[in-house]
Design a protein around this ligand. Structure first.
Ligand SMILES: [Zn+2]
Length: 338
């Protein structure tokens, strides 16, 4: 049985290919961070090496060794981590030499299982030369070798690589499915499961990480507190906040985008509260406040500001001056009519 939460379409497709014996030599799993790409990749590795008549069984010696990360034929390479730990020029791109090191085992026969599986996470981190090196390997399929490439950002993966792979898209998982899985698989108490499932943005992996690491939920509260402070503040205070965001942006762009996502989720919740769809609210731990606050804004104000936040996110992505972007966002924050 495939040990995956949600992703029925992807799993059905893979299961059929497995039964028909029509597996591809290379897969590209596309989906947001923590949506389950790595879990699916490991399941593929289990499925092709499984010893039972119903692969992946999750119980045979091979499945258990792969699940424990101990099967020598399964290589997991996390390019994002390698890129971040590298120094200087190569900081954001993986070089040809690094790819060569990774691929040296491609032509060796499987050591203990039926298939060698190379799981490469973060293919978008490769330099063009490195991607071409990988492409060459994929273009000349080796028997009993399967590549599973993972990316959260398909637009940064060279088209030549994408076109040589069987692409499988992983979609955000419904909050109810995540909630149930947290309760049944990890015995999370219902109230906590409900909150984690809703703030996970469809990513089960994030919910599991947050379940184990309280600081993630705590950090969300701190970020929300900081945003909530700006809502009723005067322009001076808002601009001080904007300046802090700009400073943060120069250190870590991702964090600022995540903070804007959180702001967006808050205003989206206000919209839901305003139109009476409270059951779909994400920030369920602030449900009462959202309801009261929504009453102080018009629907038009909420909608317009959601548009402003989305524009700010896009503009940062387009490298527009972050100070300008943040200040405009602060100026457009609607006034509360109480
Ligand atoms: Zn098995």
């Amino acid at each position: 049985m495939w040990d995956i939460v949600g992703q029925e379409k992807a799993v059905n497709f893979l299961q059929k290919s497995l039964l028909r014996g029509s597996l591809a030599h290379a897969y590209l799993l596309v989906g947001p961070p923590h949506v389950g790409k790595m879990a699916l990749a490991v399941n593929i590795a289990m499925a092709v090496n499984c010893e039972s008549p119903e692969p992946p069984c999750g119980k045979c010696a091979s499945c258990l060794r792969i699940a424990a990360g101990k099967q020598a034929d399964i290589q997991i390479i996390e390019l994002g981590k390698i890129a971040e730990s590298a120094e200087g020029e190569s900081k954001t791109k993986i070089s040809v030499e690094q790819v060569d090191q990774i691929l040296h085992a491609v032509n060796l026969a499987p050591f203990e299982g039926k298939y060698r599986v190379f799981i490469i996470d973060g293919v978008e981190y490769m330099s063009i030369a490195a991607a071409n090196r990988l492409l060459k390997t994929i273009e000349e399929p080796v028997q009993n070798v399967i590549f599973v490439l993972l990316t959260a950002n398909e637009s940064l993966v060279p088209v030549t690589i994408v076109s040589r792979c069987q692409k499988i898209e992983l979609l955000p998982v419904a909050a109810e499915v995540i909630e149930q899985a947290l309760i049944s698989r990890h015995q999370v108490e219902p109230e906590k499961a409900k909150l984690l499932a809703r703030i996970a943005n469809g990513c089960f992996g994030w919910a599991v990480t947050a379940m184990r690491d309280e600081t993630l939920v705590q950090q969300r509260i701190e970020w929300l507190d900081a945003w909530r402070d700006t809502f009723g503040a005067d322009y001076d205070r808002r601009f001080v906040f904007a300046a802090k965001m700009v400073e943060k942006y120069s250190q870590n762009r991702n964090t600022v985008q995540q903070k804007l996502d959180l702001l967006l989720s808050w205003w989206h919740d206000l919209l839901l509260a305003k139109v009476g769809c409270e059951k779909d609210i994400r920030n369920v731990d602030f449900q009462n406040e959202l309801k009261t606050t929504a009453a102080g804004y018009s629907l038009g104000q909420i909608r317009a500001f959601i548009g402003r936040i989305q524009s700010a996110k896009e503009q940062l992505g387009l490298n527009i001056n972050p100070q300008l972007v943040m200040e405009v966002l602060m100026l457009n924050m609607p006034e509360h009519n109480v």
